[in-house]
Design a protein around this ligand. Structure first.
Ligand SMILES: [Zn+2]
Length: 139
């Protein structure tokens, strides 16, 4: 499902360019927008989807990596990888000086799909989740 999501100004701390990014603001408990790590695409996801709930059961309790793991499992379109952080549209940096600045419009954001990860047998998915967590924590 596509969603019309308000966009706001952000400024890159690396290249200093200003760009628009969609944000759900404070009214979206359990919802998130992922940004592709090249800064070009956005997709939205919910913590309450069947898939997200399954991932949450496979993760250690109190892990803070939930959204990073979910972002890593988004079906990649044109080999794009996704992140729970904003990435600069111009230089891909996630060093963002400010975000959620002036509201400037709306953007049509597609819902993230997880077909590839959801098709994995449970033990493989569990292994994959553990690998992603390890990778995040070694950064
Ligand atoms: Zn930049």
């Amino acid at each position: 499902m596509n969603k019309e999501i308000s966009t706001y100004l952000a400024k890159c701390g690396n290249c200093k360019q200003i760009f628009a990014h969609p944000s759900l603001g404070d009214f979206a408990y359990g919802e998130i927008i992922f940004c592709s790590i090249d800064g070009q695409q956005y997709t939205h996801a919910s913590a309450f989807s069947e898939f997200a709930q399954k991932i949450s059961r496979l993760m250690p309790d109190n892990s803070s990596d939930f959204w990073d793991v979910i972002a890593s499992l988004v079906d990649s379109i044109e080999d794009r990888k996704y992140s729970p952080h904003i990435h600069c549209l111009f230089c891909s940096s996630d060093n963002i000086e400010f975000w959620e600045g002036e509201r400037i419009g709306v953007m049509n954001v597609s819902e993230a799909s997880f077909l590839a990860a959801a098709a994995l047998p449970e033990h493989e998915l569990k292994l994959l989740v553990a690998q992603i967590c390890e990778c995040i924590n070694n950064k």
